[in-house]
Design a protein around this ligand. Structure first.
Ligand code: NAI
Length: 207
């Protein structure tokens, strides 16, 4: 596989949608698709699609469209979909429990540990995983090589936990706390804010 190119954040944000639609096309035995047909399905303009997909090599052929399988494989590779990740959740409240109960395993994200400070939650089992005292987090990280930390804790606790994760080998943080975390190492942070998405909807409805 060739070396990964630098791809803009805007394109990266659109990739999961391409990935989802291409998977559907493969399921429906579609081998090739034009940017115009893809545009009708996905909702991006045909020229946007051509520009985006140009980033990944020459999959389109004038008049023949894109090779669906090759494009899907390349986007899977860029998304890191074929990899396996070990994850932990810090904060076993509303959001932490919802995420623990959702099955991300099938996408390669394996939940390995859950941590909280609340004695009422410590010992509770979520999907066969016992909630542990957050005091044990550092030791757990040293013993298990964890790729992703999912932060579902109040914002005033988030930076401290972020530091612990960064200093103990975690490579990415999926942050639900409403705070801009500063990683102490080269750790990638993705903020997931439902309220921002809701405000975007409100803006669309009012514009
Ligand atoms: P929650 O109060 O139900 O759960 C938070 C959990 O974190 C509690 O169980 C608490 O004991 C635990 N906790 C507190 N300090 C901790 C620490 N130092 N280490 C480990 N665990 C700790 O709150 P909820 O509703 O689950 O929200 C969690 C976070 O997500 C909050 O920061 C909230 O503001 C934020 N939030 C984010 C949304 C988003 O779209 N990103 C939407 C709603 C809430």
């Amino acid at each position: 596989m060739e070396k990964k190119k630098q791809i803009s954040m805007a394109v990266i944000r659109r990739l999961p949608k391409y990935h989802r639609y291409l998977r559907e096309l493969i399921k429906n035995d579609v081998d090739r698709i034009s940017s115009r047909e893809l545009s009708e399905k996905i909702g991006f303009t045909a020229s946007q699609i051509r520009q985006d997909l140009n980033n990944f090599g020459d999959f389109g052929q004038q008049g023949y469209g894109y090779n669906v399988k090759e494009l899907y494989n390349q986007i899977s590779y860029i998304l890191g979909v074929n990899k396996e990740y070990k994850t932990i959740i810090v904060g076993a409240g509303n959001i932490g429990q919802a995420i623990a109960n959702y099955n991300f395993e099938k996408s390669g994200f394996h939940l390995t540990g859950i941590f909280d400070v609340n004695p009422k939650l410590i010992g509770l089992k979520l999907r066969d995983i016992k909630v542990q005292d957050v005091d044990q987090l550092e030791e757990f990280l040293k013993e298990n090589s964890i790729d992703i930390g999912i932060l579902c804790i109040p914002k005033n606790a988030a930076q401290r936990i972020c530091d612990i994760l960064c200093n103990n080998g975690v490579k990415g943080i999926w942050n639900f706390a409403p705070v801009d975390l500063v990683p102490s190492k080269d750790v990638k942070i993705e903020n997931a804010h439902l309220s921002e998405s809701l405000l975007t909807l409100s803006c669309l409805m009012n514009s």
